[in-house]
Design a protein around this ligand. Structure first.
Ligand code: PGA
Length: 251
């Protein structure tokens, strides 16, 4: 049985006091949500402050990105060891905003996943198609290319630390959520790809989150799908009632 995993991706939002306040509220209510894993991923500059609020709670800290080198002359970048140093357990890698706005490639994402695993950070690897790719019937091919490109050289045992997030780009921040059937179809495809690349045991164990306009009102239907193991939540994770509502649906 895969344990549901809900992660909040705060993206480039909030200020330091707002971030700390939101984290404190989530922690305050977190004991009500048993049997699920919860993580929040604030902007990097607030990781330390938010991490302080999460201490001794069941809510884990995650980052939204990292660089693949451990240290050195890489102005503006943040490394895996640094994320570990401030208490991160997770790191989102290959988010569509990084792929499409900042031009990240599968090869770079692959190096980042490798570097994250090397310091015991659990990557949340995002894949997902653009609207035109879905309309052209290319969804499966697009996510397969992203998945295989990003996981080059990652072993079956390392896969036990990896979460996959299926995030159709057309559903992110648009209010246009994938139907539960659309999500299930791609999640099942992804699990088959993992089975083909690795083995059945790895495929059965890997958690696949859905992301893209998840709200309390649609979470239950999405999470009821057999291959949907949680959610990566953007906009709704910034609103305490909405985030708690999603956690409640997952519990
Ligand atoms: P959204 O974002 O929930 O605001 O659509 C999801 C994400 O980008 O992870």
């Amino acid at each position: 049985m895969r344990k549901p995993f809900i992660a909040g991706n705060w993206k480039m939002n909030l200020d330091s006091s707002g971030a700390v306040q939101l984290a404190a509220e989530i922690v305050k209510h977190s004991s009500a949500f048993q049997g699920i894993d919860i993580a929040i991923c604030p902007p990097a500059v607030y990781l330390l402050a938010v991490g302080g609020e999460l201490e001794n709670s069941a809510v884990a800290l995650g980052a939204q990105n990292m660089y693949f080198e451990p240290s050195g002359a890489f102005t503006g970048e943040i490394s895996g060891p640094m994320l570990r140093d401030v208490g991160c357990r997770y790191v989102i890698l290959g988010h569509s905003e990084r792929r499409h706005i900042l031009g990240e490639t599968d090869a770079e994402i692959n190096r980042k996943i490798d570097a994250a695993l090397a310091v015991d950070l659990n990557p949340i690897l995002c894949v997902g198609e653009l609207l035109e790719e879905r309309e052209a019937g290319e969804t499966e091919a697009v996510v397969e290319k992203q998945l295989s490109g990003s996981l080059q050289g990652i072993s079956a045992s390392q896969m036990s630390s990896v979460t996959i997030a299926y995030e159709p780009v057309w559903a992110i921040g648009t209010g246009k959520v994938a139907t539960p059937e659309q999500a299930q179809e791609v999640h099942a495809d992804l699990r088959r790809m993992i089975r083909d690349c690795y083995n059945a045991e790895t495929a059965d164990a890997v958690r696949i989150q859905y992301g893209g306009s998840v709200k309390p009102s649609n979470a239950a239907n999405l999470l009821s799908q057999s291959d949907v193991d949680g959610a990566l939540v953007g906009g709704a994770s910034l609103n305490i009632e909405d985030f708690l509502g999603i956690l409640a649906e997952a519990t």
